[in-house]
Design a protein around this ligand. Sequence first.
Ligand SMILES: [Zn+2]
Length: 161
Amino acid sequence: MVNKEIKIAFEDYQTIDQLNSADRDLCMEAVKALDNSHSPYSKFKVGVALRLLSGKIIYGSNQENVAYPSGLCAERVALFYWGANHPHDPIVSMAVTAHTNDFEILNPITPCGSCLQVLAEYEKKQDRPIEVMLYCQNGAIWKTCGVQCFLPFLFFEERLK
Ligand SMILES: [Zn+2]
């Protein structure tokens, strides 16, 4: 038996001013996406912005439903919209932010496992990693170079294609 260890790397920014202008702009686009969140049950708004290679921005926000499982996370709303409408314009980066009036969010929020699996699928499909920025409006911004940082053992099987 051998003990093995996997390390992940990410960039930790203390304020949005420390980001380059393209990343800063994308974080602000994610804030705009919060406005269209439909979250009457959790009252926890999540906003996502995707920047495509062409420069186009795609927005997503969480869409809840009275039948709870029928809702969908902001990340997958944006990613599935991309897949349905712009699959030949690769995603370069994704910014995610959140807001609630119920408490102060002090750390970046991270995508759920299902959203990460969808992100992994589209990284493979476009053969290019997707940078992910997790923007806490009251705190730090974490920037990763792609889904590998979140899911080092992600499920993918080329032979299923
Ligand atoms: Zn999710």
